[in-house]
Design a protein around this ligand. Sequence first.
Ligand SMILES: Nc1ncnc2c1ncn2[C@@H]1O[C@H](COP(=O)(O)OP(=O)(O)OP(=O)(O)O)[C@@H](O)[C@H]1O
Length: 659
Amino acid sequence: MPEASRLFAAKNTIELWQQQGLLRAIDAQLGSLLQGAGTLEPIAALGALVSYQVGRGHTCLSLPQLLRDPVKTLGIDDSSSEFETQFRDLMPDLAQLVAALNRCDSVLCVAGADAVDALQPLVWDPQRQLLYLRRYWQYEQRIATWLGDRTAQLQQAGPAEPLRAVIAQLIAPKNDAISWQRLACANAAKQHFSVITGGPGTGKTYTVVRVLATLLSFHEHLRIALAAPTGKAAARMEESVNAALADTDNPALLRVKSALSRKASTLHRLLGSQRNSRYFRHNSAMPLPFDVVVVDEASMIDTEMFDALLDAIGSHTRLILLGDKDQLAPVEAGSILASLCQGAKYRHYSAAHRQWLMAASGETLPEPAASVAPGLHDHIVMLEGSERFQGAIADLALAVNACDVDAANQALTKIRLLPAPSLAVVAGQSMPALAADPKASAFWRELASGFASFIALCNQGEVGEEEAINAWAARVLSTYADYQLLTALRSGPWGQQQLNRMMEQLLRSGSASGSGAWYHGRPVMVTSNDYSLNLNNGDIGIVLKHPSDQRLRVVFPAPVTEANPAGVRWILPSRLDAVETVYAMTVHKSQGSEFRHAVMILPDRDSPVLSKELIYTGITRAKQQLSLVIPNTAVWQTALTRRVERLGGLFVASEEQEL
Ligand SMILES: Nc1ncnc2c1ncn2[C@@H]1O[C@H](COP(=O)(O)OP(=O)(O)OP(=O)(O)O)[C@@H](O)[C@H]1O
């Protein structure tokens, strides 16, 4: 086909890709809209593909990468080889595409942070050869501008010496090692934007509480907000902060205790979400009324939410992010924490900042191999050395994080591995099949046995006053959190749905009461936000026969107050539209939670979602005990070497950071 007419060929490719199940309806719709507005088919198809990539977590599409290897870039199943042919038939070469993008009315070509108010649906960044949906390009521009402003402010910090005395009272030095906690404390006290990253138990909460104590030594009064991306993560943040301040007689920490007048909230609630709108009540026109905003579990913040958060942080407010950069990226597009922290392990700070940090913390930082310019890396401190995890779980987490298959296999020898039965046995879906096969029966019963104390407590019930009933319900909720099955996938024989079905068949018979979907002892997870009931996606409740009238109600955790010392609330099942049974949950859903004993179950076949981030997140949900079900060791090994890579235009690591 002559090159010029190639641009006009393959009129129905977008529909074809939708029919083939590659594009989602929303991607194809954008492509069709672009085409309807007179956009050339290849550009309209690129629009559909950028939208598709956003659905996969990327904020943009690299054109050279796409043209070099479309199948890999789009993560398409190798078996559908037709796609590559269709793609190559449709797309001209890079130079022609770039020329067409430059001429297209639906595409804004930008060289930098100009034209944030653009109206074109697509944005082309010719320098980095990235194509964006306008919305995501605008988010990234605003985020980069906000962070750039904060980095410029870094130079204006006050003297270090007064801080040094305060920090020395709050965090003990480490024997023969650098106290990264002291450095993180100095860093966050110095500036208006900081990040404290580290694995589970490395002391992020311990440190941030001391950052607040340090700030309160210099400011008589501080308005402080604590928040996290989900309700569960906010509840856990609240618990950890309370634990970090419990039983203290340190006057600086006592000041923090009295300054924390608000409960930790979700980011949505903090920013003021509005019904049927993606915009929040707090924004640059009405910034959050706080001096310090601390956000935990920052690995779950996507690009859109980060933009909304920064927009609501006024120039006098300090923002401190806490999180584990190695955890799974958020469900929506972007991987803010991982991108912010990409050079964090090198601890390369610019010369003046390094000197200041050493003076304020009393610690000695290693000399960098080359001089480093001031930048985002000056805002970030990575903690290390878990204060909670020791032994096998810590060794395994470390090996998985490093994608070190040998070390991970070595650490596995110290972890409890549940023998996985054959697939045929696992796929059996009914109790008769289960009863007929002793091997299957043993496997499922072993998994179900972890719920024994929970079921026993549910069935024990409680007679008496409301206070005693509520205290029992609170014990049921906390006992539930002792044991959790985690799956990598949602469907399939080793997926969450199958496991829930099997657990339900086994455990429901043990507490036979109630009918239909609702029954005594059923753990449920809320699957979408319900503002009228004040329930968030991911909240977990337990269906119980209320001892006062034997009616089924669902008990959820609630803030502990004088009027509600047990911290529970009861909701009628009929008021809950979106819930699912949750003996097992996906690792994605488990982010922000921890369980005394976690059992992670991998599938027997490879899937693109199996990555070292997923495995790391799953195993670090276990507080004390971890069990693993690995039906196929090849799947385990492949997953360990697969990293989640998300393309975005923000904070691309500079060469010198990687030194
Ligand atoms: N410097 C320290 N000295 C004594 N105890 C510490 C120190 N740092 C942390 N700890 C203790 O280690 C435990 C874990 O700390 P913390 O909860 O702050 O970790 P985290 O990084 O916030 O964990 P997670 O990621 O699970 O939220 C806590 O019991 C805390 O009191």
